[in-house]
Design a protein around this ligand. Structure first.
Ligand SMILES: [Zn+2]
Length: 87
């Protein structure tokens, strides 16, 4: 069954429908979208990825390790600082 998404068509700005999806990894899902505007007809693929955790699971699965929001933020700040020192 098709599912409405929060994604807008990058061409006509109408809503996109998720036509199909598959799990590529427990943290990554591949999606296929179709624009709801039949005059546009745009279709595309994309990914939905879990990138970090806000609160840890009470029943963690072995092999699933995510950085925290603070770790991601510190990593981005360090990369930006390094870039600023480079220029
Ligand atoms: Zn469109």
């Amino acid at each position: 069954m098709a599912q409405r998404s929060k994604f807008q068509c990058p061409h006509c700005k109408e809503s996109m429908t998720i036509r199909s999806s598959r799990e590529a990894h427990p943290l990554l899902r591949q999606l296929w979208f179709q624009c709801s505007n039949y005059l546009c007809g745009f279709t595309c693929g994309g990914n939905l990825e879990i990138t970090h955790q806000i609160s840890p699971s009470a029943c963690p699965r072995p092999g699933i390790q995510l950085k925290t929001h603070d770790e991601i933020t510190a990593q981005r700040k360090a990369a930006n600082d390094e870039l600023a020192n480079y220029t």
